[in-house]
Design a protein around this ligand. Structure first.
Ligand code: ZN
Length: 699
């Protein structure tokens, strides 16, 4: 049993030598002391914040200090003059502290929108693991350009994309550490209630970790979540934190065994990604004439060329093929030029043992295309009153969050509500056409980052007026329907960026986007570490990476356990990323192609690790010289710390372990490997060389 000690200023809970201290004045977390005596958090000013909405959708934000505080042991309670009550039951077990909140007495005419507590603050000299866009390590909190805002309904791209789980953030925990002294803060929420998983720089320069939770799931007018938040000290960095999360994942339905993968994944086909219209950047009105890869069969020489050079099956993964307009969802069918043209290409690919994949553009609704302005559904939208099926903000406002801008977007439109029947039926029909046609892979949920969707507050919809777990349930149900029908016809579905936790069992082959994390910190393999045994993604179209050493990126993808891709430009040649104008052909094509071949040969040789295996902590210490890699992504430029040699370590279902080490530079690099028994090896890696490291142990 935990020991509770109270004095006038503090409420202490002890467990296994670990102590949590709460303020006796307002219940805020003031200390978390590990068994070794080290402090893992700094005092927070507040126990929680929450937000109410009035009948017009106007917000009122309250903090714990706006309430009168009392406590009965470790059951904390706050009373507000309005009658609003908040309770937090805090318990301790096995060195972990659990917080279970409830909120009731919500004033008449008001809605409880979100609750953000307990509030956990760390010192700014910590490193933060943030499960954002496939895994980000934040080493300098000042690097973030925009100010923290709670997750909210927003037409503005950056604000809408930041932090929402399950979506842009794919896991519901944060971890902070330095010199192996870590703190792990998670929501143990098996219904995956939408949350902002984010962090905020406070006035005193400390950093607050936030699991801002939407409260649409009420019982008898009260918010009483069935889950708790967990806080614990741990030893290690991002990998050890991901292990804690992975141990919890194993207890969830859908993760009892890996998904049934299509046979072709075992052959590790390389994706050849390209548009059939335009020549690169596609924002705003521009010449979108069919390019050299249309009619579709015109791409066959490129498919054959790279199939031969890579000694690999190829998946032709096509963009801008939609017969409507490029990236003008939800309608994509029939394909540009008609089914017959695409069928010729499909049959030519399948005749060689290659595969056909397509990008789509997610669950938005297009009023007009900004790329091909003649494509308009405005009249139909009006005639059929389709606005009633669209997502709405708290004030009933209607907009869309992604790619939705006349100058630098692809379309103007809205986002469809996926808890409403009409959008679900529309999507099901569109996906059904592609599956029946014989497409092998459909990235239908491109622009639904992490396979998620955004926040709907529509009062006239059948769901509650505040986002809640109902929203995750709706997306999961839609995905299950699509996967059941498409899967029976052999079509695999995917999304942009790795799938968020609840969607991994449905979407297990997705377009990895770790480089976006360079905006905020450095990419680390967090998502792959947790989910690789269930989900093998691919190095995607590298959207918007205008500068960042391709050889570093392709090695990073290999060590992320991803399948590999090349992005086709003009003349059957390559560009370094999607959006690059085709006039900027990548100069070191031969080196890149032979690198992808060598890396893919490892994938084919070691599928039990690199397709189906689990990423593990290193079984040997690997040291190489520090290095930096520069980047330029959508107007942001800089460099992130890396090492001359990149490594990853894997375990297969038989318990065998293996490691890979790659020199991503075009000069030799030295690697020192020290095994637990003290044995030390030094390797000189040739430019772009990868070596295999064995554990030296029998399983
Ligand atoms: Zn809705």
């Amino acid at each position: 049993m935990p020991h509770n000690r109270e004095d006038s200023a503090r409420i202490d809970l002890d467990s296994n030598g670990t102590r949590l201290s709460l303020s006796g004045r307002n219940g805020a977390v003031v200390a978390l002391t590990a068994a070794d005596g080290s402090r893992r958090v700094v005092p927070a000013a507040e126990a929680f914040t929450l937000q109410l909405l009035d009948g017009n959708g106007n917000p009122t934000r309250l903090a714990s200090s706006d309430f009168a505080f009392a406590h009965d042991g470790t059951c904390l309670e706050w009373r507000h003059a309005s009658g609003l009550r908040v309770r937090m039951e805090v318990t301790a077990a096995d060195g972990e502290f659990r917080f279970r909140p409830s909120v009731w007495g919500i004033p008449a005419g008001m809605l409880l929108e979100w609750f953000d507590g307990p509030q956990i603050c760390i010192a700014s000299d910590r490193i933060l693991y943030w499960p954002f866009w496939d895994g980000c390590e934040v080493t300098d909190f000042r690097k973030r350009r925009e100010r923290y805002r709670p997750a909210e309904y927003s037409p503005r791209y950056v604000e809408a994309m930041t932090s929402l789980y399950p979506g842009f953030c794919q896991m519901q925990f944060l971890a902070a550490y330095r010199d192996g002294e870590g703190v792990y803060f998670s929501a143990v929420d098996d219904r995956h209630t939408p949350k902002g998983v984010d962090w905020e720089i406070m006035d005193d320069s400390t950093v607050r970790l936030s699991l801002q939770t939407f409260c649409g799931d009420l019982t008898d007018g009260a918010w009483r979540p069935a889950f708790h938040y967990s806080l614990r000290p741990y030893a290690g960095g991002w990998m050890e934190a991901c292990e804690i999360y992975r141990d919890w994942i194993r207890t969830l339905p859908g993760f009892e065994r890996p998904p049934a993968r299509p046979e072709w994944m075992r052959d590790s086909p390389v994706n050849l990604i390209y548009p059939v219209r335009g020549e690169g950047l596609d924002h705003s009105p521009r010449d979108m004439k069919p390019n050299r890869y249309f009619p579709y069969v015109n791409a066959m020489p490129a498919v054959e060329k790279y199939g031969r050079l890579l000694d690999s099956r190829i998946m032709a993964l096509v963009m801008h093929w939609e017969g409507t307009a490029p990236w003008a969802p939800p309608y994509v069918w029939p394909p540009l030029g008609g089914e017959t043209e695409l069928a010729k290409f499909r049959d030519a690919l399948h005749g060689r043992g290659d595969l056909l994949g397509v990008y789509c553009s997610g669950t938005a609704w297009t009023q007009i295309s900004c790329i091909l302005p003649r494509y308009s559904l405005e009249q139909r939208f009006e005639d059929e009153h389709l606005g009633r099926h669209m997502m709405r903000g708290p004030k009933g406002e209607i907009t869309a969050a992604i790619c939705n801008h006349i100058d630098h977007g692809q379309r103007l439109g809205y986002d469809m509500c996926l808890a409403e029947e009409w959008p679900v039926q529309t999507i099901e029909e569109e996906v059904g056409k592609m599956a029946r046609f014989g497409i092998d892979y459909c990235q239908f949920f491109d622009q639904n980052l992490g396979g998620g969707w955004l926040l709907c507050y529509a009062k006239h919809h059948s769901h509650p007026p505040i986002p809640g777990a109902w929203a995750t349930d709706a997306m999961s149900a839609l995905q299950r329907r699509l996967v059941a029908s498409a899967g029976s016809r052999g079509m695999t579905l995917g999304c942009e960026a790795a799938a968020a936790t609840p969607y991994v069992p449905n979407l297990f082959y997705n377009d990895s986007r770790p480089m976006i994390d360079m905006f905020y910190g450095r990419p680390v393999h967090g998502l792959a570490f947790v989910f690789h045994e269930w989900s093998c993604n691919f190095s995607g179209n590298q959207c918007g990476i205008f500068g960042c050493d391709p050889f570093w990126r392709w090695h990073y993808s290999f060590h992320n356990g991803d399948m590999l891709s090349l992005i086709l430009g003009d003349n059957d040649g390559l560009v370094a990323a999607w959006c690059h104008p085709w006039s900027e052909e990548f100069p070191e094509q031969e080196a890149l192609v032979s690198l992808v071949k060598r890396l893919n040969d490892f994938r084919k040789e070691y599928p039990s690790f690199l397709l189906e295996g689990r990423m593990i902590r290193p079984f040997a210490r690997c040291e190489s010289r520090p290095a930096q890699v520069g980047y330029a992504i959508w107007g942001a430029e800089g460099a992130v710390d890396t090492t001359e040699v990149l490594t990853s370590f894997w375990e297969n279902a038989e318990g065998e372990r293996i490691g890979f080490a790659s020199n991503w530079r075009r000069e030799p690099s030295d690697l020192t490997v020290t095994y637990p028994d003290g044995r030390e090896e030094t390797h000189r890696l040739a430019p772009l060389e990868t070596i295999v490291l064995t554990s030296g142990e029998m399983p």
